[in-house]
Unconditional design. Structure first.
Length: 56
């Protein structure tokens, strides 16, 4: 999976408070700019391990 500036713009436009990504498996294109834009919009970007959220 990949996220970038357009992802943050689209998420913000839809009212998202943040973006969860697959930790260790997601490419962030232009990472410093993506982080700056997320900060501007007061959004979070959080890496998660999907295995920790599997149903028991």
């Amino acid at each position: 999976p990949t996220i970038g500036l357009k992802t943050v713009e689209n998420a913000h436009a839809q009212g998202f408070k943040g973006i969860a990504v697959h930790a260790g498996n997601t490419l962030i294109v232009n990472e410093p700019e993506v982080i700056a834009l997320a900060n501007k919009y007061k959004m979070f970007i959080k890496g998660i391990n999907p295995a920790e959220y599997e149903e028991c």
